[in-house]
Write a protein that binds this ligand. Sequence first.
Ligand code: ATP
Ligand code: MG
Length: 268
Amino acid sequence: MKRTGASGSAVHDPVMELEGITVRKSRGLLLDDVSLRVSRNEFVGIIGPNGAGKTTLLNVIAGFERFEGALRLFGRRESRKRTRETQLRIGYVPQLFPIDPAFPILAAEAVMTGAVGRLGFFRRSGEAEREKAMRLMEMMRMAHLADSPLGQLSGGERQKVSLARAILQEPDILLMDEPTANLDIAVQREVLILINELHRRENMTFLFVTHDFTMLPAAMRRAVLLDRGRVVFDGDVSGALSSETLSGLFRYPIELFERNGRRYVSYD
Ligand SMILES: Nc1ncnc2c1ncn2[C@@H]1O[C@H](COP(=O)(O)OP(=O)(O)OP(=O)(O)O)[C@@H](O)[C@H]1O
Ligand SMILES: [Mg+2]
């Protein structure tokens, strides 16, 4: 395994430490001895093909999956059960945002639920929170959807609601599972810019899951490649993005090349 120390100076302040994390099901191992140390303010990409275990890894960190091995969050040993305090410090944008189309909630209200944890369920969110939510929705070009019933939104629009909700939570760790997968190319770019901006401004740690290595946020410096439940690479993004590494990971001939400082990919 290659490790180039992409985490830089922040390495002394780990917010997340995984040691020998294994997830076992009757069919086999979904995660196989995964060790990972992530420092405050790092932006880590988790990249791998379908079924590699990326969502399972986020679920372990978020407390939705039983596991073997040691997990420490904010310096504290954790099992699957979490205190509410720890839970509030972890934001999660799931790969699928399941909602009941009949559930009577408007898009803006759904975004506002992100603040519920911080403010308490019975305390009405103040004007400041509401303004924050609206500003965020404007930035994400979704302000016009504020009064739309959530159940009537398109897949991409729901994805944006889910992301805005997690951002409003103001977590210390933000787990994002393919947050741009359902977005059209223009919105995808905007959301990536927003994510970059957020990372620059706030003191947050990001884990960003994707199988699309052609659309990586610029702030992502470190890549962890997952293959069949195992970490096969952990280091600088540029090191992960070689034609050989990616072809091996995706078991498909992939050619990467650069033009005018931008990276392009070509495959048959
Ligand atoms: N509850 C479960 N029981 C048994 N197998 C499971 C369970 N959940 C997931 N799996 C399997 O574990 C593997 C890893 O699943 P996971 O969802 O973590 O993959 P992924 O890397 O997120 O893939 P994708 O890119 O398709 O989202 C898959 O082969 C999946 O079928
Ligand atoms: Mg997944």
